[in-house]
Write a protein that binds this ligand. Structure first.
Ligand code: NAP
Length: 493
């Protein structure tokens, strides 16, 4: 079979687009970027619920090589991220490679033809010399496993399928979940809903969000003197790095740093909620950082409104017209909002069936052994495959650090192949095992294993209780290593 494409990239979000930009720069220009949604932008296309905004400073949450001087706020609203994604696709001429409404069902390495055979849900087959999975970490919505949820007769909205025509005014809304999405959405629904009952299973750490409008004069300065925005980006990155490295990864050495973060969050709660009982309910009983913390100036305040109540009794079941808690009380509602997040480990690692050399299935390999990927990007027996959303790949707090450090890995790997006249790579078992060992040992210092995380119900942990999502190094160290990993880690042919 002839090979149709230099590479098939699955996913047209920021990860897939970053990889496409890099491949084109490396001379691989015949690309197919396959996307199951009807447009590009990934998370920022799918999510459009009220209140959606980035919660990492925008100067940092963007490609370093493509700064946007025109963000309207320090933390831009979701729609601007979607616009930014479109701008990047146009500027780097990515759109012509994209196929929308095309989901990938499976991919298999063909060892004879030395390429990947990719099957789409529509029955089409694509072949590519390289395969890149850029399906995102939070892309498989989770429906709550609550008895009777499917029998609810009113309006049901999962936050990833927001109905833009929905108006909260006059509605009695039951909202399940208090993750980062709910933290943004609740204050918006609270403005107009007749009644809003929030069902919280696990409270979340919330710290103040230092947000502000960016004045026109600053935007003009960023546009005229890009160095000024670079400085702002560096400051934002340094703060995030301090939270991540100090508060989470080096818990053993810097416990006080973690305590300061939780005190900041407690002070924020104290300043916004007068009722001690409500404060108690909203205070997490697990350590800061066990679960992704959130940033908001309006979340706690929403609970002080007369039309908003916080329900912490376990949900027993859902009926056609309401939610019944374990103590037998029923809240009659006409709208059920599911802010219940995503299935990360079961449905997303990997997001479709991937079969490598010797019939090794990636999903089975990860489940039977441990979740692992060399430098968070390649796996033994999966030649010419880059798994961008892998165990131990997520570096720092801004996703763009992960994307750009992986782009550096690609540069080093593909340049080496070019210099040796090779076009096939496969990471060795030894290099992969060494990396997994090293990451595992580093995690011993983290809040995940030294802190109190038992009650956090955090998606940082997988089904085996391992915190195998985040790369337990500073982003600086990750960047450096992606540019200097030993080339013997790969067999090239
Ligand atoms: P999430 O953090 O996984 O939160 C889901 C919520 O639903 C949790 O409070 C969870 O409770 C609750 N839940 C799930 N199933 C339930 C059930 N059966 N019964 C009761 N409660 C249930 O999901 P998310 O809020 O969508 O956020 C996911 C991630 O997206 C964030 O951590 C963040 O990384 C990202 N995000 C980023 C932004 C941004 O601005 N950049 C905005 C939104 C989201 P438990 O905790 O008890 O499981």
């Amino acid at each position: 079979m002839t090979t149709q494409y230099d590479a098939v990239i699955v996913g047209a979000g920021f990860g897939g687009m970053g990889a496409a930009i890099k491949l084109k720069e490396l001379g691989l220009t015949n690309l197919a970027i396959v996307e199951r949604e009807d447009d590009l932008g990934g998370t920022w296309h799918v999510n459009h619920y009220p209140g959606l905004a980035v919660d990492i400073p925008s100067a940092t949450y963007s490609y370093s090589f493509e700064p946007n001087p025109y963000w309207s706020r320090l933390f831009a609203p979701g729609a601007e991220l979607k616009q930014y994604a479109s701008h990047v696709a146009d500027k780097y001429d990515l759109r012509r490679h994209m196929r929308f409404n095309t989901s990938v069902s499976a991919a298999r390495w063909d060892n004879e033809d030395r390429h990947w055979v990719v099957a789409t849900g529509g029955g089409e087959t694509l072949t590519g010399k390289y395969l890149l999975a850029a399906t995102g970490f939070l892309s498989q919505p989770k429906m709550p496993d609550i008895e009777g949820v499917e029998t609810f007769a009113g309006k049901v909205i999962h936050t990833t399928k927001w109905d833009d025509g929905f108006r909260a005014a006059g509605r009695a809304i039951g909202l399940i979940g208090t993750g980062a999405t709910a933290v943004q959405l609740i204050p918006e629904l609270a403005k107009d809903a007749q009644e809003l009952t929030v069902y919280q299973r696990t409270p979340i750490w919330v710290v103040p969000k230092g947000d502000a409008k960016v004045p026109g004069v600053v935007k003009r300065l960023f546009a005229r003197v890009p160095l000024t925005q670079k400085v702002v980006r560096a400051v934002g990155s340094a703060i995030l790095e301090a939270i991540m490295v100090g508060g989470v990864l080096h818990f053993r050495q810097l416990k006080s740093f973690n305590r300061i973060a939780s005190l900041l969050a407690k002070g924020h709660l104290f300043a916004q909620v007068r009722d001690p009982e409500l404060r108690r309910k909203l205070t997490p009983d697990y350590d800061f950082g066990c679960k992704r913390p959130t940033f908001s100036n309006t979340y706690f305040r929403a609970f002080a409104k007369k039309n908003v109540s916080l329900e912490t009794t376990r949900i027993d079941h859902i009926e056609a017209d309401g939610i019944v808690t374990a103590d037998g009380r029923k809240a009659v509602i006409d709208t059920l909002v599911l802010a219940t997040g995503f299935d990360l480990w079961e449905a997303n690692f990997p997001a479709f069936e991937i079969v490598g050399r010797d019939d090794r299935s990636l999903g089975k390999f990860w489940r039977d052994n441990r979740f692992q990927a060399f430098e968070g990007i390649t796996v033994p027996k999966f030649p010419n495959f880059l798994s961008l959303n892998s165990p131990y790949s997520y570096s720092g707090l801004s996703y763009f650090d992960t994307i750009e450090s992986q782009m550096r890995h690609m540069t080093r790997l593909f340049r080496e192949m070019a210099s040796r006249g090779a076009d096939t790579f496969e990471v060795t078992e030894e290099a992969n095992a060494e990396f997994l060992d090293r990451m595992t040992r580093k995690l011993d210092d983290s809040v995940f294993y030294l802190g109190s995380c038992q009650t956090a119900r955090s998606y940082y942990f997988n089904q085996h209780g391992e915190a195998a999502l985040l790369r337990p190094t500073s982003t600086g160290a990750a960047y450096k290593e992606q540019e200097s990993f030993p080339l013997e880690a790969y067999s090239l042919a």
